[in-house]
Write a protein that binds this ligand. Structure first.
Ligand code: GAL
Length: 342
């Protein structure tokens, strides 16, 4: 099974236009927050939560839910002193934040890595300090693909909580493949698309890019007109789509976005270019942000895929609490995606 996953992964990385380029880092607007007052007689646990970047629509929902879910678990006897810090998409900054968490004597750390390539260095520090570590959202991949990262397998106090991005990509491709015209608006027998990718180091971006097209290709031939990196950001999604629409015009039948923030930008560019989703272009994203669910309902987006921030944040917190109670944790915890269409 592991071998199969590894070869699927290798194939996956070969698919796509291969023209993606990395762009700048979005600005950050928020700073550190500390929540939940410690109280007199209760046992208070210190929880450090490090988020890769506060300026990210999906991770904002996720971190807010971590904070509020911890609150709901408090009793007269147990309190959680939760400190959430903004890595500002800067690995050096996040590494310092982890050092601070260790110095501050956190009882557990929940970590959304800036760069998964730094996973080992961070795991070593945190395990060395004897603190349980729950990795979230950005999965460090082992040599055999998913569920094989040595730093996780070898350390009983380290785990990963996430969603399998292959599933979200497949759902995106299926949303288009299941349309009456399979996305082929001009009836030339193939679907011409543009792809807007998240951070290229991120496995979510790689898998969504690959598996969306793989699923669509099972139904119809495809042609990639453009493939660009939008770093999960709405403004980049808008800029890339606007440029592609002016370069390729009516040739573009589908805009695939690795997330909804970029799809929101794409939708604005589509409207500005006088095109209409559902009539002469299709648009899909991932996350199912509230505004995108509304747009799917109104026909302004063809579909999206629910990235269950509630399921993921609650699982991460439940696992952290297990660790605080001295219970064993599994290596990996998975939460399903859900297809969202009209
Ligand atoms: C993805 C999500 C994106 C972005 C990214 C950050 O799972 O779909 O919107 O938040 O995580 O790593």
């Amino acid at each position: 099974m592991k071998k199969l996953l590894a070869s699927l992964f290798a194939v996956a990385l070969l698919v796509g236009c291969g023209t993606a380029t990395s762009e700048g880092t979005p600005a950050t607007t928020e700073t550190e927050t500390t929540t939940t007052e410690a109280s007199g007689d209760a046992k208070t646990y210190n929880v450090g939560v490090a988020i890769y970047q506060f300026d990210d629509n999906f991770m904002t929902l996720y971190r807010n839910e971590i904070e509020s879910y911890f609150k709901t678990l408090e009793t007269d006897a147990v309190k959680y002193n939760v400190t959430i810090v903004d890595g500002k998409n800067d690995m050096a900054e996040q590494s310092n934040q982890i050092d601070n968490f260790i110095t501050q004597g956190m009882d557990v750390i929940i970590l959304n890595l800036v760069q998964t390539s730094s996973a080992d260095a961070i795991i070593d520090k945190v395990v060395g300090a004897g603190i349980p570590l729950v990795l979230i959202n950005r999965e460090p991949l082992g040599e055999d693909g998913d569920e094989s990262y040595k730093g996780i397998l070898d350390n009983p106090t380290v785990c990963y909580v996430g969603a399998d991005a292959r599933q979200s990509g497949t759902f995106q491709g299926e949303i288009i493949a299941e349309l009456p015209d399979k996305g082929d608006l001009n009836g030339d027998g193939k679907v011409s698309y543009i792809m807007i990718e998240g951070d290229p180091e991120n496995i979510d971006a790689q898998y969504r890019t690959t598996y969306s097209i793989k699923a669509l290709e099972e139904a119809i031939a495809v042609e990639c007109l453009d493939d660009q990196v939008g770093n999960w950001a709405q403004a980049k999604g808008q800029e890339i789509t606007a440029n592609a629409l002016s370069q390729y015009g009516d040739k573009i039948e589908v805009v695939f976005c690795n997330n909804d923030a970029m799809a929101l930008g794409a939708a604005a560019a589509i409207t500005a270019a006088g095109r209409k989703v559902g009539e002469n272009i299709y648009l899909v994203g991932v996350d199912a942000l509230d505004e995108c669910q509304e747009m799917v309902k109104n026909g302004e987006m063809t579909g999206t895929v629910l990235n269950d921030h509630i399921g993921q944040s609650h699982t991460a917190v439940d696992v952290a609490v297990k660790a605080l109670n001295g219970e064993a944790m599994d290596n990996y915890y998975w939460v399903d995606y859900v297809k969202v269409t009209k």
